[in-house]
Design a protein around this ligand. Structure first.
Ligand code: NDP
Length: 241
């Protein structure tokens, strides 16, 4: 069996495409999800990928989740921090709850998950961490101060931790997708998409989840060992209108 990989939020959208691509490439994949059990079970039944429920915002739940995956599949060698949420609202209306929820899932989730696989990776002198940040963490986005702050934080997390992993063959990288066609995009009004978003994407379309999965496959490969602390932008040429 191939290397063991956890994909957080791995049952829908970009995460589902990553889980499938890793499985097809021979990895032993565990797909995590937050609470949408029906969707997760359907995904698991369809793909044969085992699914595991826990909240990446809860440290103890991540610790238990990683232990459960390791008991089932073996030591985790690849972690894809993909789980993410939005709570879009203009800053003057943003509540502490909207701020905290987004920071907890999209930034603290990276700490909670990575901290629970890090020691094992250090002991075995191998690890691949890939976190899905966002173009909106690179450029900032009105209505997404919480999300942009969290996703920018993911990039700082990546660069700093890469320095700590470098001596142990643990790479830590981030991917910044532009606009990708998933359910997360369905929260954006159609006129905003047509008039404000699509005209800014040079290739003239949204990205596909599989196109992000392709980036993950590159970064987690054994022979990608020299690529660490990097940010891979996959945004259809949208720099950074
Ligand atoms: P979706 O909303 O389609 O799927 C989100 C996934 O994350 C689901 O599997 C969901 O589980 C899971 N999830 C959410 N919160 C938690 C949590 N607290 N603990 C565990 N799992 C959780 O999102 P996308 O596929 O669109 O996005 C995936 C990642 O890519 C996110 O980090 C997002 O910010 C980022 N991104 C997306 C872009 C886009 O255009 N779509 C652009 C740039 C970045 P459940 O099904 O149980 O709810």
């Amino acid at each position: 069996m191939g290397r063991v990989a956890i994909v957080t939020g791995g049952t829908r959208g970009i995460g589902a495409a990553i889980s499938r691509a890793l499985k097809d490439a021979g990895y032993a994949v565990a797909a995590n999800y937050a609470g949408n059990e029906e969707r997760a079970n359907a995904f698991g039944a369809q793909t044969g990928i085992p699914v595991f429920q826990w909240d990446v915002g809860d440290f103890a739940a991540c610790e238990a989740g990683v232990a459960e995956v390791e008991a089932a599949l073996g030591p985790v060698e690849v972690l894809v921090n993909n789980a993410g949420i939005t709570r879009d609202v203009m800053f003057h209306k943003m509540t502490p709850q909207q701020w905290n929820e987004v920071l907890t899932t999209n930034l603290t989730g990276l700490f909670n998950m990575t901290r629970n696989v890090w020691e094992g990776m250090r002991e075995r002198s191998f690890g691949r961490i890939v976190s899905i940040s966002s173009i909106n963490g690179q450029k900032g986005q009105a209505g997404q101060v919480n999300y942009s702050a969290a996703k920018a934080g993911d990039l700082g997390f990546t660069r700093a931790l890469a320095l700590e992993g470098a001596g142990r063959n643990i790479t830590v990288n981030a991917i910044c997708p532009g606009y990708i066609d998933t359910e997360m995009m369905a929260t954006i009004p159609e006129d905003v998409m047509r008039e404000a978003i699509l005209p800014k994407i040079p290739v003239g379309r949204l990205g596909e989840a599989q196109e992000i999965a392709r980036c993950v496959l590159f970064l987690v490969a054994d022979d990608a060992a020299f690529v660490t602390g990097s940010t891979l932008s996959a945004n259809g040429g949208q720099y950074f209108a």
